[in-house]
Ligand binder design. Structure first.
Ligand code: USQ
Length: 384
């Protein structure tokens, strides 16, 4: 049965955008997919290709249309206001999921061009989206991917987006204080601020999902591997769990940056999809900015390396672990206690990082073992 709701996905070719598109396609939403392949261009430019060669959306659209014919794709740069507003005016979506941002901390710290490109791309795409919504359909629900890294690693508990401040006997609720440790994370703080501004002024409705590092590959068991998302493991675009599994399979020591005591909140890609579905179904009221902390478990880097090494023993993979100089400027020993009850209250049943899940990812990597490029693993973007 056709689902009447019209959803636009900005950044539909990415690691998260693509499986989201597949999921909503199965659910028979009316879909408008947008991407300009910037991530692929950067991967090519910086010679850090994903593990498998993934076809572009145009060539996969035929398969999706067999499942759900209400899907269109536009190759559009979201930083181009005229191009985005033309499609927005024509389609007037009920919700937009905004993944169209450069998501890499190491890329954003590589040099001044990369810093500026991150800032410009992430702010301009968010700004253009806010203007399209305000101008053509102010009822539209914006769902934006934020990051847990917006909060940094403060010495107090991390709340879900907001904090009540009591100052000289008066109270006010504010956005939780934020301090990013890369220019990428800082660009996400700025786009949260941009959206909060437009929510306050024009009563837009926005959900901001503060997500931790994502891992995994398979989101739908029935899916053919040719419809899997891009899987990156290099120093610039890969996130730690996926990287560690590739390193283990390739027989390279797992690269712990610094002491390995850094704690983050992690999430399986299957849960990313579930959380965004929950966000779609629970839209905020007009004039509300709802914030969720989107992660399911907290680990420090050392424990993660040991956990992956232990699980992979079950596949007879012997893993080496190596501490290397931390290329980043980040606190290594710190307090970390972040709240994440919002999504669970809406019904999320977390997928945890079990042996089974680690092995599932490892099997995908093993099936592509001959394609692993060992020269793109050690970090080459140095904050210092
Ligand atoms: N790390 C290592 N060894 C590695 C790679 C990373 O020890 O080989 C450490 C890093 O120093 C860091 C932690 O692992 O302390 C996480 O690093 P990451 O590269 O997995 O994640 P990060 O750069 O923080 O960024 C990723 C995504 C980003 C998302 C963010 C969520 O690329 O898009 O917003 O995770 S969060 O980290 O919570 O801000």
């Amino acid at each position: 049965m056709k689902n009447k709701m019209k959803i636009m996905i900005l950044g539909a070719d990415g690691y998260l955008g693509w499986p989201m598109a597949i999921d909503l396609c199965f659910k028979q939403y009316n879909l408008i997919l947008i991407d300009n392949y910037i991530k692929r261009k950067l991967q090519k430019k910086y010679k850090r290709l994903p593990l498998d060669n993934i076809s572009k959306i145009e060539s996969k659209l035929k398969i999706l249309k067999k499942i759900n014919k209400n899907i269109d794709f536009y190759n559009i740069d979201c930083t181009n206001f005229d191009a985005l507003s033309k499609i927005f005016k024509k389609t007037k979506p009920d919700a937009v999921i905004h993944f169209a941002e450069l998501p890499s901390a190491p890329y954003s710290m590589f040099g001044s061009n990369e810093s500026w490109k991150t800032l410009q791309n992430n702010l301009q795409s968010t700004f253009n989206l806010a203007w399209c919504v305000k101008t053509y359909n102010s009822n539209c629900h914006i769902i934006k991917l934020g990051t847990m890294g917006e909060y940094g690693t403060p010495n107090i508990d991390i709340e879900e987006g907001w904090i009540d401040i009591n100052h000289k006997k008066r109270n006010q609720k504010f956005l939780y204080p934020r301090q990013g440790s890369s220019l990428y994370h800082t660009s996400k703080i700025m786009d949260t601020d941009l959206l909060w501004f437009y929510v306050r002024l024009y009563n837009l409705r926005v959900t901001d999902l503060m997500q931790g590092p994502v891992y995994g590959i398979n989101t739908h068991n029935e899916l053919d591997t040719s419809l899997y998302p891009m899987f990156t493991y290099d120093d610039m675009f890969g996130t730690i769990i996926n990287r560690f599994i590739v390193q283990a399979v390739a027989g390279i020591p797992l690269t712990i940056y610094g002491s390995g005591h850094q704690i983050r909140g992690y999430i399986n890609i299957k849960d990313t999809i579930k959380c965004i579905n929950l966000a779609i179904k629970n839209q905020p009221r007009r004039g509300d900015l709802k914030i969720f902390n989107q992660f399911t478990e907290q680990f420090n880097v050392k424990d993660l390396a040991n956990k992956i090494s232990k699980s992979l023993k079950l596949l007879d993979i012997k893993t080496k672990i190596q501490k290397i100089n931390n290329p980043r400027i980040e606190k290594e020993k710190h307090y970390y206690n972040a709240k994440n009850s919002g999504m669970k209250k809406l019904g999320l049943k977390p997928t945890l990082l079990t042996d089974k899940i680690i092995i599932e990812i490892a099997k995908y990597v093993i099936s592509n073992k001959d394609k692993i490029n060992k020269s793109i693993i050690l970090p080459r973007s140095n904050w210092k």
